[in-house]
Each structure stands twice: as structure tokens, then as C-alpha cells.
Design a protein around this ligand. Structure first.
Ligand code: ADP
Ligand code: MG
Length: 728
């Protein structure tokens, strides 16, 4: 029975690094080779078409069908030169992955032959038969069809033999059925809300841009071992497994030497990413054994998020060549670190001024503070909503469930910024805010250290941290589409900036000085933020949970309940004002979230039940039989004193028996709970019932892990943590 396990262990141990096919050019020379960049647009489009397309990309001007035909014709030429034979609209439905349906360029030419065709219509819009994507009832009630529409702000790219066109995905009735549409709406809201504030400081600012730099954490597992674990293949995480005697306690993995096979995987991934114009920058070992991280240079948010999706797709593809499977699950292994995806989030002007970094002078610093403090207030006001935006059945194991830190959103500011804010509360509103050391010997100044980046002590327990020139939304899960969290963050900050600007305009029109008006408005906001959302301590403690409750922060830890934040009045109004989600979309999306939650927990419950019955109990029974045979043999040979000599076997057999009985009872209870949950009609109530099922899964696990410790290693059928977690 355990043959499969040992074969898998041996195969994974004997693996040699797979050589990487390295281009004989520098990365800078082949960077973006498979992306239709601006340079390529210029090369492949005539001047008029190029100008129209750039105006569309930069300023949102619509493209005529005639121009779209021209664009498509240039793209086709480029794509054919690079070996493309197919095209697809590439979109991001409300699942864990992207979607694509390839069509070849081939058409009849009407003269008995074939030609390659790709025109503006195909580029701009398609109607994938997509009725089985999650839609929360939107498409069932109205139109069965959805359509995809080209997003010109994200360049088309070639993957394999296919020209991929990034698109939004909508219902015919207009509701978004994807992640990209609301992200784009939130970006519009945010950048437009920030602009008038920036204009007060510099009339030359024409545009504000929002940036994202994601840090993707993941685990690698050898594919043979993966294949021998049904829980990994079906649920993406181990549902059982005793912790390894050695795991992460020696801190010897984090930023350690990257194993040769892994580094080759990363190099190949980077080469593929560079060709697609994805600026991967960092690669390193993470804290847990077999855990790694990659991160790009940050970029404009919509594009950077598309690139994260592309990389997530690529990762698995490339990993298989190197004999690995990538685990993007937030908590594939109990007892060691889980995986997140820090979303480094910031704003900047088209004049090159970052809005979350100290400025060049007192005015620049005031602008910085304005954006910082408004963000704090937005996060405070919508902390429950932001938590809901990162919540999922899988991320719950990093935030809120057993072993995870409490599910509370707070902001880490760092000592330097906290004392700047405290100082502001003490000084008159006309006090200039200077960069430390730049002002001679004046007193009463508020001083900001010039470089904050190295001043922040990088509290790793904070779900939302200020790190000197940006915020890091760290609660985002490794398997998530960043857009889910970013859309909510963008909208919340946009709404806050708009309301701040309205108050400021009122004060300015009554003749108040800009600096004083801003400081007067910021002071009570600073006080509010410091008293509530700002927390620099250890977010993993029980004391913080109590303190957060006192501060009025959302401490809900049940994922299905968290989602209700999206349909509370305040959130609905905020999303309406910012034009990001309609109430219908919010309701539909919550349905999708509850459904997904139910299905994922249901899969886990089925898997653990079957593994318990088909793998674990048979192995345990086999071991028990051996023990009892030994006892019976003793009895035959030493009928007088066998009880005295067979004590350990008898004890062990009893313990194994008891654990088997416990597993059996727990599995039965789990099945009962599922049966009850399955007949519940209301999807929210059903998700609540499945929340209980999720807890029961952890209960079933305990006796199984104990058995793993007891049963003869040779009989245990499943690769153990110590085998799964240490790539050689
Ligand atoms: P860490 O120390 O947090 O692991 P890094 O310095 O590697 O971080 O940066 C993490 C990510 O943050 C990278 O993708 C980087 O490009 C991005 N980043 C840096 N500055 C900004 C910024 N101003 N706005 C958005 N992202 C940024
Ligand atoms: Mg970081």
C-alpha cells in the first residue's frame, strides 16, 4: 500500500536540476518581445492609427471601428511574425483563475483557399459561451450571454501560439462579471478624486496614477509527492499531516541558498516573464521550508494586476517542466507559515511626485500628510469591508481561523510617522512641516525624517502597513486576484478624498489659507486615526483582539459573515457614490462568494472523509492487526507470562483502536453536518452551516495526525510533511 509513497519519495530525491534554455541576449534586449508595446504599436501601425490608439489608452477616447480594424491588422502582422496562429480574449472571471477560449485566425478566403483573418470586431468584442462562470444569479434571470470587451490599457501579448487580448467580462445587462471591470472603475474614481487635491499644490498636475507592486508567495512540492496526496490535488492544501520534527524553527530557509532545481525553475519563469514585459525583480526563499517569493518592479495598477495573473498562470506551467507543482493556497501546511500576497499600493502624479512619500518642501510634506491621513481614515471607516475584500475560505487559515492571527484590519505606521502625527496635534496649524535637519535651528517645527523607508521597522504582523513611500496591504491572500482587495481600497480612499476635498473647498471659499485649512481638517482626523486604526503592536495576540473591540474595529472572524459588510448601507452608498459597484452587483458578488465558500469547504470535507476511510483507517487497522498478532504469538509461546511481556503492544493496539473509533465518529459527524447544510436553500445560511463544517474538518484531522505518529512508517500511505517540505 505504501509503495506509491516510497516510490514518490525516491523519485523526488533522485531528481537533478533541469537545464534552462537561456536566450543568448540580455534580458533588457528581449524584454517585452512577446508584448505589443508602444514601440511595437509605433512600428506596426500608421501614424494616425497610432495616435488614436494612444489617445484611447491615455485619455480614454473611444476608438472607431475603422481605427480598430487598422489596429487589429497591425497586431495580426506582428503576431504572425511571432508564430501566433490563434487568438483569445483573456479575462478574469470570479473564479481562482483567468479564462480563455482560443480561435484560430483561419478563415475561408472565398477563392477555395484559406487566409489568416483578425479584424477590429474580433479585437474589440466577443461573446464567449460563458454561462457557467460564477455570476450570482445575474445572468440566470436576464440574459444567458455575457460579453468580453478589449481593455486597451493592458497590452496584448503572445502566449505559446496564441495572441491574448486582455478584456473585461460583462453581462448583457451591463453588470460586471469579473475582477477587472470594477478595478478599472475604482481606479478612475481614485485618480479623479486625488487630482483636484494635487492641483491645489501644483497647477501643472494633469493626472494621478495608482501603482501596485505585488509580492507573490508560494510553495513548491515535487510532483510525484503531490500526486500521492489527494488533499493537495483536490483541495490545494494538506488536510492532514503531522508536523515535521524539523520545520522552520531554525530560521534557515528564509533568504537562504535557493536549491538548484528551484533556481532553475525561477530563471525559466523569469525568462518567460521578461519576454512578456513583466519586470520581475526579486526572488528569494521565504520563511517556511519549500516556500518562496517573487516580486516585480511596481507598475500601474491595472497592468500590474494583469501581470500577476499572467505570472500565476505561468508559474504552474513552468514548474511542471522542473518536476514541481506550485501551491498558491494560503495555508497548504499546518504549523508553518502561510502564503500571502503583499499589495504595495501607492499614488503618484504625472509630474513624478509620489503622494505617499515626504515632499521636497513644506508644501510637499503637507500634500503627503493629506494623502496619508485620508487613507488612514478610509481604512478606519471601511475596516470591516476591507477585511471582507480579502476574506475567503482559504485565506481564513491565515487570518481568523485556528492557528491564524485574529481577523482585524489595523494600520502599522511606524514610530517615526506616529510621532510626526502626534506632534502635529500639539502645534498651531500654521506650523510648517519640514524635512528633518533642513531648517536650521527653528523650534516648534514638525519634522519628518527625509527617508522614511528605513525608519519603518517593518512590523510583519500588520495587515496594512505604511512602509515609507507606500502602503502594503498584506492581508491579501496568495491565491487571490489582487483586484478584489484593491477595488475596495481604491473606492474607499476615493470616497474619503472626495469628501475631504469638499470640506476643504468650503473652507477655501470662505477665504481660509490653504495650509491652515488643511491642517485644521487633518487634526481631528489624525486624532481619530491614532485612537482607532493605528496599531504598531503585535497583531497576533489575544490582547489586541480585546483592544480592537474597544476601539470599535470589526473583529468578525466568520468568513461568510464578513461578506455581509459589502451590502451594509454605508458600503452600498460608498460604492454607488464612487461608481464602482451597483447594489445589484454587490448582492450578486456576495452570492458568488458564499457559493464559492460552500463549495470549497464541501470539497475539503469530502476529501478528508474519504482519505480517512480509504487511506488512514486501513493503514491503522493493518498496524493494529500486526500488534495483535504479536500478542497472540506471545500467548502461544509464553501462555503463562504473555500479559506481562506484551504490555506495550496491547497498549498501542488499544490506542490505535481508540483513534480509529474517534476518526470514524468524527467523519460520521462531518457527513451528518454536510447533509444538514446541503438542504439549506438560502446561500448565506448554507455558508454559515459550512463554516461549522470547516471547524469540524480540523477536528477530524487531530486523531489522524496522532495516528501518523504511532503507525509503522512502512504502512503509512501518504507522503509526510518531512518528505513534502524539503526539496533537496
Ligand atoms: P519588501 O521589503 O516589502 O519585501 P521590496 O522592497 O522588495 O519589499 O518591495 C516590494 C514591492 O513593493 C516591489 O514590487 C516594489 O516594486 C514595490 N514598491 C516599491 N515602491 C513602491 C511604491 N511607491 N508603490 C508601489 N509599490 C512599490
Ligand atoms: Mg513588502
Amino acid at each position: 500500500m505504501s509503495n506509491l509513497r516510497f516510490k514518490a519519495v525516491r523519485a523526488s530525491f533522485n531528481k537533478k536540476p533541469i537545464p534552462v534554455d537561456t536566450p543568448d541576449k540580455l534580458p533588457s534586449e528581449y524584454f517585452g518581445e512577446l508584448t505589443f508595446t508602444r514601440a511595437k504599436m509605433k512600428e506596426y501601425l500608421d501614424h494616425k492609427t497610432y495616435e488614436a490608439l494612444i489617445d484611447c489608452i491615455d485619455n480614454g477616447k473611444p476608438l472607431s471601428l475603422a481605427i480598430a480594424d487598422e489596429v487589429a491588422s497591425g497586431m495580426k502582422k506582428w503576431a504572425l511574425e511571432h508564430g501566433a496562429t490563434h487568438t483569445t480574449h483573456w479575462f478574469q472571471p470570479l473564479t481562482d483563475s483567468t479564462a480563455e477560449k482560443h480561435d484560430s485566425f483561419l478563415e475561408y478566403d472565398g477563392k477555395g483557399g484559406m487566409i489568416e483573418v483578425f479584424d477590429g470586431k474580433v479585437l474589440i468584442q466577443q461573446e464567449p459561451d460563458a454561462s457557467s462562470f460564477p455570476n450570482g444569479g445575474i445572468r440566470a434571470t436576464f440574459e444567458a450571454r455575457g460579453y468580453t470587451a478589449w481593455d486597451p490599457t493592458s497590452p496584448v501579448f503572445i502566449q505559446g501560439d496564441t495572441l491574448c487580448i486582455p478584456t473585461v467580462f460583462l453581462a448583457y445587462t451591463g453588470e460586471a462579471l469579473d475582477y477587472k471591470t470594477p478595478l478599472k472603475k475604482s481606479l478612475k474614481a481614485l485618480t479623479e478624486a486625488a487630482l483636484p487635491i494635487c492641483e491645489l499644490f501644483d497647477k501643472n498636475v494633469r493626472k494621478v496614477k495608482a501603482y501596485l507592486g505585488w509580492e507573490q508567495e508560494f510553495f513548491l512540492v515535487d510532483e510525484e509527492l503531490y500526486a500521492a496526496r489527494t488533499d493537495l490535488t483536490l483541495a490545494g492544501r494538506t488536510l492532514m499531516g503531522h508536523e515535521s520534527s524539523k520545520s522552520q524553527q531554525l530560521d534557515d530557509h528564509y533568504m537562504g541558498f535557493i536549491p538548484a532545481r528551484v533556481v532553475n525553475f525561477m530563471r525559466e519563469l523569469e525568462i518567460a516573464a521578461f519576454k512578456l514585459g513583466i519586470p520581475l525583480k526579486t526572488r528569494h526563499n521565504e520563511v517556511a521550508p519549500n516556500q518562496y517569493e517573487i516580486a516585480p518592479i511596481y507598475g500601474e495598477m491595472n497592468l500590474s494586476n494583469d501581470q500577476n495573473q499572467q505570472v500565476m498562470n505561468l508559474m504552474n506551467h513552468v514548474a511542471r517542466k522542473h518536476g514541481f507543482v506550485v501551491l498558491l493556497h494560503e495555508k497548504p501546511f499546518a504549523g508553518i507559515n502561510g502564503s500571502g500576497k503583499h499589495n504595495n499600493w501607492s499614488l503618484g502624479t504625472d509630474t513624478g511626485v509620489p503622494l505617499f512619500a515626504p515632499g521636497k518642501d513644506a508644501a510637499g510634506n503637507l500634500q503627503f500628510l493629506t494623502f496619508l491621513v485620508n487613507t488612514l481614515i478610509a481604512v478606519k471607516r471601511y475596516n470591516g469591508l476591507l477585511k471582507a475584500s480579502i476574506a475567503s475560505s482559504t485565506n481564513a487559515h491565515r487570518l481568523g481561523a485556528s492557528e491564524a492571527p485574529p481577523a482585524i484590519i489595523s494600520v502599522f505606521l511606524g514610530q517615526a510617522m506616529t510621532s510626526v502625527l502626534k506632534k502635529i496635534l500639539e502645534v498651531p496649524s500654521d506650523t510648517p512641516i519640514e524635512i528633518m535637519g533642513k531648517h536650521g535651528k527653528k523650534i516648534g517645527l514638525v519634522e519628518i525624517p527625509e527617508i522614511l523607508i528605513d525608519n519603518t521597522d517593518r512590523n510583519r504582523t500588520s495587515p496594512f502597513a505604511f512602509t515609507g513611500n507606500r502602503f502594503e496591504f498584506r492581508a491579501v491572500g496568495s491565491s487571490a486576484n489582487c483586484a478584489g482587495a484593491l477595488t475596495t481600497l481604491n473606492a474607499a480612499v476615493a470616497d474619503q478624498l472626495t469628501s475631504f476635498y469638499a470640506s476643504l473647498s468650503k473652507d477655501l471659499s470662505s477665504g481660509k489659507d490653504l495650509r491652515i485649512a488643511i491642517m485644521d481638517l487633518l487634526k481631528p482626523m489624525i486624532k481619530e486615526a491614532l485612537d482607532t486604526i493605528c496599531f504598531d503592536g503585535n497583531g497576533y495576540t489575544e490582547e489586541w483582539k480585546k483592544e480592537a473591540e474597544k476601539r470599535g474595529l470589526d473583529t468578525e472572524s466568520c468568513v461568510p459573515r464578513m461578506f455581509t459588510a459589502f451590502t451594509e448601507h454605508e458600503a452600498v452608498e460608498m460604492f454607488r457614490r464612487t461608481g464602482v459597484y451597483t447594489v445589484k452587483e454587490l448582492i450578486a458578488r456576495n452570492e458568488v462568494k458564499w457559493e464559492t465558500y460552500v463549495k470549497k469547504v464541501q470539497i475539503e470535507a469530502r476529501v478528508i472523509g474519504r482519505m480517512a476511510m480509504n487511506h488512514v483507517i486501513p493503514a491503522a487497522l493493518e498496524y493494529k492487526t500486526r500488534l495483535l498478532k504479536s500478542v497472540s504469538l506471545s500467548k502461544e509461546i509464553f501462555p503463562e507470562e504473555y500479559l506481562a511481556t506484551s504490555g506495550p503492544e496491547i497498549e498501542l493496539a488499544k490506542e490505535v483502536s481508540n483513534l480509529i473509533a474517534e476518526i470514524r465518529a468524527d467523519v460520521d459527524a462531518l457527513i451528518e453536518a454536510r447533509k444538514k447544510a446541503n438542504v439549506i436553500e438560502d446561500i448565506f445560511e448554507k455558508a454559515l452551516a459550512y463554516h461549522e463544517v470547516a471547524d469540524m474538518i480540523e477536528v477530524v484531522r487531530k486523531p489522524i495526525d496522532r495516528l501518523e505518529e504511532l503507525v509503522d512508517n512502512d504502512l503509512w500511505p501518504l507522503p509526510k510533511y518531512r518528505e513534502l517540505l524539503f526539496i533537496n
